[in-house]
Every structure is written in C-alpha cells, then in structure tokens.
Design a protein around this ligand. Structure first.
Ligand SMILES: Cc1cc2nc3c(=O)[nH]c(=O)nc-3n(C[C@H](O)[C@H](O)[C@H](O)COP(=O)(O)OP(=O)(O)OC[C@H]3O[C@@H](n4cnc5c(N)ncnc54)[C@H](O)[C@@H]3O)c2cc1C
Length: 285
C-alpha cells in the first residue's frame, strides 16, 4: 500500500482533507509516536496529514480568559517560552522534564495530549489546571474540558477528522500555589511511573480550594473531587495531608507495567501526593 503525504497550508484546507479521507487519514504533528507505531505496524494510515505548515498553530498568547497554547508548539517551545515562564512557571518546569532534549525539540504539545499514553506528564498537570481544548473539523468546532477528553489508554473522544486547535489554561487566582512531581522509576530520561499535580488556592493560611491530579498510575489521569474537598476551608495539617494522600492511594485503580507494579504505584501515589501537598502548603511549589 502506498502512503500519501499531504501538507496543507491553512487550517480549513487541513480540515477539508481530513474530512475527505475520514479514518484512512492520520494527523501528523511531531511524528515521534506515529512513526514508531507505523514501524511496528500498529497503525497503517493511507494518508498522513501534516499540520507543520498551518499558520498560527504554534502561537502562545495570554488573553483575558487565560493562557492559550497552539497545539503545534513543541514541548521545548513551551518549556522555554518567556510568557509561560512568567505566567505559569509550573507548566514550563513540567515540559522541561519530558524525555530528553531530542524528544522535547520534536514532540508537540498537541501530540502529547492526543497521543493519550498514560505515561505522560503534561496531561496530569493540565487536568489539575482545568485546561480546555478547542477541536475543529470540517463542520465547525467544539470545546472539550480536558476532564472529558480521555476515555482510556490510547483512547480519547476525538472523532476522525477532528484537530485540536487550541489549549486554554484558565487564569489562576493570585497567590495560587502549584506543583508537579514527576516520579521516574527507571532512568532520568524516562516517562513517569507516577505524576502528581497540585493546585492550591489560599485565604491566609487556610486552603480555599485544592485540586490534585494523579497521572501515569492508571489508564487516564484522575482527580477525586470528594477527597480534594476535604481541604476546603482547612489548614493543611500533616494529618489532613496524610488523609488526602491515603484517599488517592486507596481509590485509584493502579496498573502494572515495566515502570512499577500496581502495588508499588499505590505506595508511590501515597508518598508523592503527600510530598506535593507539603510543597504547596510550605510555599516550595
Ligand atoms: C523516547 C521518548 C520519550 C518520551 N518521554 C516522554 C516523557 O517523559 N513525558 C511525556 O509526557 N511524553 C514523553 N514522550 C512522548 C512525547 O512527549 C509526545 O507525547 C509524543 O512524541 C507525541 O507527540 P508528537 O508531536 O510526536 O505526535 P505525533 O506522533 O505526530 O502524533 C501523536 C498522536 O496525536 C495525534 N495528533 C497530533 N496532533 C494532533 C492535533 N493537533 N489534533 C488531533 N490529533 C493530533 C496524531 O494523529 C497521533 O495519533 C516521549 C516520547 C519518546 C519517543
């Protein structure tokens, strides 16, 4: 079978091409995962539609509703963006921890989200940040909160022909403390065994709102609102932190792989949720 390679130069043209070929076409972003999957014959697209020449898809800008990121920005672009470092340093630090410099220079942030590999960093943080995706197809566009995006390993709500065109991170209230902890079990360049993102808003010494997302431990990143709410209006004492960490360890259905057994991941969730909460309490995050 021959493989056709198409490089549209506008977004409407990309959407038209994707509509025309339906599920015979695959979107190509940085191409790292697509090429690996094609080499292993896990996918055999007839048409690759590259978004590399579509204008504006690499833009990063701050607007009234928050930080807008273009999906074709590379992970390195965002890690090094002075705007991101100024507005949301935790995002820059998180992207700095992805793989190695070769991966960060090639992989795109949209590809990282759409890939839906549980062993990823940014989706966990983006879930805690209440990120919202805009996706478009030939018929129009729709908005999808990241919390509704993932269905399972390598599975999302994206339909054939749909392209992520924007990633919005709503503005955090002043004084919000944030952290992302990446726990690697094998090498310093590896994907995460467990990732924990924590966003804490404060009213003096009292936590007014807490969001904790745990990723890479189960098929999709997880937030547990009932456990998060334990912190609302409370001081984050060591006892409360231990209870929240226990809630996450007890309720996440962990998976087994080369990076750690299900039992081990449960222990690592307990340890790293505790650490993340101490960081946002003590101002280290
Ligand atoms: C050696 C190695 C180490 C890595 N380490 C880490 C790590 O530590 N942490 C981490 O988080 N990730 C890691 N990754 C994954 C990497 O960050 C990206 O997730 C991955 O490369 C996919 O991005 P891409 O731009 O290459 O996407 P591609 O391979 O081009 O595409 C991936 C999938 O996303 C779809 N897609 C791409 N863009 C869009 C879009 N705009 N709209 C809709 N669908 C789209 C494609 O059709 C395809 O299905 C690693 C990857 C490698 C190869």
């Amino acid at each position: 079978m021959t493989l056709e390679f198409i490089r549209p130069e506008t977004l409407p043209e990309s959407l038209e091409v994707l509509d025309r070929y339906g599920d015979r076409a695959t979107i190509l972003a940085g191409g790292l995962i697509i090429t690996l999957m094609m080499q292993q014959k896990l996918i055999m697209p007839e048409v690759l539609v590259s978004l590399a020449h579509v204008p504006h898809l690499t833009e990063v800008r701050q607007e009234a509703d928050g930080l807008h990121l273009g999906p074709m920005a590379t992970i390195r672009d965002i890690a090094h963006s002075s705007l991101v470092q100024q507005v949301l340093p935790v995002l820059s630090r998180t992207y700095h921890q992805v793989g190695n410099i070769r991966v960060r220079s090639q992989a795109t942030i949209g590809g990282n989200i759409a890939e839906a590999d549980y062993a990823s960093d940014a989706p966990t943080l983006l879930l805690a940040l209440n990120a919202v995706l805009t996706v478009a197809d030939a018929g129009g566009s729709r908005v999808i909160p990241l919390s509704d995006f993932y269905l399972g390993f390598f599975s999302t709500v994206l339909q054939p022909g749909e392209v992520i065109t924007d990633i919005l991170i709503p503005t955090l209230s002043p004084g919000t403390r944030t952290t992302y902890i990446k726990y690697r079990s094998r090498s310093s360049e590896d994907r995460p065994c467990v990732g924990v993102a924590t966003i804490a808003e404060w009213d003096g010494d009292t936590c007014s709102r807490l969001r904790v997302a745990v990723g890479s431990a189960s098929e999709i990143p997880v937030r547990l609102p009932a456990v998060e709410n334990l912190a609302q209006g409370q001081s984050l004492t060591d006892e409360l932190i231990a209870d929240i960490a226990e809630g996450y360890a007890a309720q996440i259905d962990t998976l087994d792989d080369l990076r750690g057994s299900a039992w081990y991941r449960t222990q690592m969730i307990r340890v790293h949720v505790k650490q993340a909460l101490m960081e946002v309490r003590d101002g280290a995050g």
